[in-house]
Design a protein around this ligand. Structure first.
Ligand SMILES: [Ca+2]
Ligand SMILES: [Ca+2]
Length: 443
């Protein structure tokens, strides 16, 4: 105890408060002090700065300010869409004959002098049939008298339920962030934050009872925007060098409603058929639909596998494929389509293998369904030609082979439901493995 007190007094005497130059300071103590009151060394400063940087990064990662801002804007969207819905309900209750807009028209909250929104034509999902977009000019965009983006005149009602028409907090066609109104009626908003988008922890998009799991829908008829049939969006393909365990290429998804991305991988390996471990687009994993594989003499093997992703993001991104082991070579291809049912995109699958003419039957269940096939084929003589009635998506051969590996894909729109034959002309000889899917159109 006494020792502790003594050492505390000694420590205090060493501090600056105690004034180093006081005359009663013993000489010995003065000699002891200087190393205790020196500044920080450079290394100490760097360590402190490093620690502060790490703490700052942890705080930023924990709080995710960009995600929080997105969530705040999503909160605004949910509230505004609800208030528009309420205002329309009020207007109908006040005046059952009130004009609610033209049929086959999609009203957007985007400002455009051209009432058909033609300034945004490259950024908006294409519509089908006689459907068209409608935009209002910036000067009247938020008017509630029927000249705003909503074609409803709220201003003659006994009480006006909205002062101005809300528009999306971002309101940007390129980012797909704007409000839509479709007479019938439904009001749609795209969520932005990881929390509220489809599959997010507070998923608002797929839990609203609507017919589009990637958009937030409210209104009296959430299927007011119909499907326009399956249509081609884009395709891409690539060949690998020899002896690889990964494959990557760039793919562009164009704007479209109810999109799907299909990826087919054809690969060739020693010791038996290869297998694909994972496929991702922009880092988002695809779901494996299935595979068709065949052992051939050597022993060697070929594999054809099919993967898909609903609602792929619009724009250009990388597709990355990882194989289970090293493969001799591989072909990858991607096909994006619009107008595919987002709840049951794939209604049937089938596969087959052989060492004769390539033939695969896929049975469609729904009128307007598309059949897409993907074939892995080994050949040294005959080549491969797409079968009659099918449209080739891609056909690629890696530059180093003998025998040559082919990866090829095609689609067909059968005239009626039932079995659809997907064939390729190959001289009737060498080995092949084929996989096919039937895609259901959005109703
Ligand atoms: Ca929805
Ligand atoms: Ca809808």
């Amino acid at each position: 105890m006494r020792n502790n007190l003594f050492s505390e007094i000694k420590e205090f005497l060493k501090t600056e408060q105690c004034c180093l130059n006081r005359t009663f300071f013993s000489r010995g103590l003065r000699e002891e002090v200087p190393h205790l009151v020196r500044g920080f060394t450079l290394i100490e400063l760097l360590v402190v700065i490093g620690i502060i940087a790490i703490l700052a990064a942890v705080v930023i990662l924990t709080l995710q300010p960009a995600e929080l801002l997105s969530q705040a804007r999503d909160g605004t969207r949910l509230a505004e869409v609800a208030s528009i819905n309420k205002a329309i309900g009020f207007a109908i209750a006040q005046d059952s004959g009130i004009g609610l807009g033209s049929a086959a028209t999609v009203y957007l909250s985007l400002p455009d002098q051209n009432s058909n929104c033609s300034n945004y034509s490259s950024q908006l999902p294409p519509l089908g049939g006689s459907w068209q977009y409608h935009c209002a000019p910036l000067s009247t965009l938020q008017s509630v008298n029927g000249n705003g983006w909503l074609p409803i005149n709220f201003s003659n009602l006994g009480m006006v339920p909205l002062d101005v028409l809300p528009t999306d907090p971002i309101n940007d066609a390129a980012r797909g962030l704007y409000y839509m109104y479709i007479p019938g009626y439904e009001i749609d908003a795209k969520m932005e934050s990881a929390k509220f988008i489809n599959t997010g922890i507070s998923d608002k998009e797929s839990t609203d009872g609507g017919d589009d799991p990637d958009i937030f829908e409210v209104g009296t008829k959430l299927s007011s925007l119909p499907g326009f049939g399956i249509v081609f969006n884009s395709t891409s393909s690539v060949t690998s060098p020899s002896n690889v365990s990964v494959l990557g290429w760039s793919h562009t998804v164009k704007p479209g409603f109810s999109k799907i991305l299909l990826v087919g991988i054809s690969s060739y390996k020693s010791g038996g058929p290869p297998d694909v471990t994972s496929v991702a687009y922009r880092g988002i994993p695809l779901t494996k639909v299935g595979r068709s594989s065949l052992s051939i003499v050597g022993p060697k093997g070929i594999d054809s596998s099919f993967w898909y992703l609903r609602s792929p993001r619009v724009g250009t991104g990388d597709i990355s494929v990882v194989f289970g082991t090293l493969v001799i070579n591989a072909v990858g291809g991607a096909l994006s389509l619009n107008g595919v049912d987002q709840f049951v995109p794939i209604e049937a699958t089938n596969f087959s293998t052989g060492n004769n003419q390539v033939a695969l039957n896929v049975t469609t269940l729904t009128s307007g369904a598309w059949v897409v096939d993907h074939v892995a084929y080994i050949d040294d003589v005959f080549g491969l030609t797409v079968g009659p009635g099918q449209t080739q998506n891609w056909k690629k051969v890696p530059p180093f082979g003998d025998p040559w590996l082919y990866g090829a894909s095609s689609y067909k729109v059968p005239a009626s439901t039932g079995p659809a034959l997907m064939g390729w002309l190959n001289g009737g000889g060498p080995e092949w493995a084929s996989f096919g899917v039937a895609l259901r159109p959005k109703p």
